[in-house]
Structure formats: C-alpha cells, structure tokens
Write a protein that binds this ligand. Sequence first.
Ligand SMILES: *Cc1c(COP(=O)(O)O)cnc(C)c1O
Length: 231
Amino acid sequence: MMEKLSAKEFDRNLDDVLERLEKTGRKDKVILLAATKTVDAETINYCLSKGIDYIGENKVQELLSKHEQISPCHRHFIGHLQTNKVKDIINRVEMIHSVDSLKLAKEISKQAFKNSKTMEILLEINIGGEESKWGFTPESLEENLREIAKMPNLKIKGLMTIPPICNQKEENRDYFREMKKLFVDIGAKNIDNVSMDVLSMGMSDDFDIAVEEGANLIRLGTALFGRRIYK
Ligand SMILES: *Cc1c(COP(=O)(O)O)cnc(C)c1O
C-alpha cells in the first residue's frame, strides 16, 4: 500500500514540521498526533521512537490489524465511526475525536459502561457547513453537547474539525478562528462533565494556521509520512 519511507526521509519531514511549528510561537502548547492511516507498524514504531507519543487511526479494521504490533503510545480514533464497530475499539483507544451524532455517543457510552471505563471524546464540528461532511453544525452544537454530557461513562474533552478542502490555506483561517470561539464559548458555560481541553484541528497543509488560531492538537499524515495512496 505504501512505499517504504526511509528513516532519513522521515527525519527530514519531522524536522520540517517542527520548524513550521516553531514559527507559530505556540509549539509548547501543541500535541502532535501522527495520523497513521496506510502506514505500516514498523514505520509507526520508528515515528514513536522519535518522540511522537500520539497516533490516530481512522479505520477500525486497520487499527485492529496493527494494534498488537505498535509500541506503547497514546492511541486515538480520528475517523468516521460506525456504531456497530464501537465495541471493537472501546478497549483499544483512549480518545475518540470523531463523535458526530447522538446515536454514536450513546453507543460509546453503552460500550464504555459495559467495559467499566470512561471514554474521552471530542465532538466533531462541520465548520464549513458542508453537505458531505460529518459532524454537528455550530448552531446545533450546544443542544447536542448538553444531551451527550448527561450520558454515563463519557467525558467530553473538546472539539475537532476537518475544514473544507481549499486551494489557499489562508482560507481556512476563518474556520479555525470560528472553532476557537465555539471552544471558548462552550467552555465558559461550565457544563457538568464537559471540559474544553482539546481543540483538534490542523492537518499537513494548514496546521501552522490552525495553531496560530488556537489548535492544541494537530493531526499530521502527509507532512510526516509523505504522500500516500488512499483507498
Ligand atoms: C488523514 C487524516 C489526517 C491527516 O491528513 P494529512 O493531510 O495527510 O495530514 C488528519 N485527520 C484525519 C481525520 C484524517 O483522516
């Protein structure tokens, strides 16, 4: 699936990423999560050996196939999640970024309860209001969040977004800014069982802008591992 990436190439990519991050002036505030879709376990383990502690998978099947071979690290789920697959990952990840419906939240709550654990979740926001995207609209966020906050064995830790694909990376700045505002506004409401700690936004093309606008967790695939062929 993926051409093997040499250690040297990875090191160079990581240096470039850290340099871009440095320029934002907020490097110390940001968690760098490696988005590891299509990346083999060996490469992931190399990446972990270089000081990245967080990985995110976005397909359940792929996560299960690599899980055992990956060195200890913080594992997150970042892709669209079908309710019938929640049980497969409930004991394998510590955070789910992509909670995009009440139905999904309810199922995570149920499976977490069954497994005597509390799952940390982020609510996914469709910040561009795109027809094709998963997530809550900014307008529906608060009402849904208040419902989810009542569900047992869940802890709402923040928000996540994937902004519209655009040619000019500066175009996403307004979306990131809008996300930061939502994040702060919701946090200020002091809702039980909600702590707005994690603002997950920014990918390879635009992470510096996301960080400038307040992201504290960025999800990087291409910038670290090179261009891959996605199915
Ligand atoms: C693939 C993926 C990323 C990383 O995207 P790049 O543009 O390759 O950095 C981030 N978040 C999610 C949800 C993804 O699926």
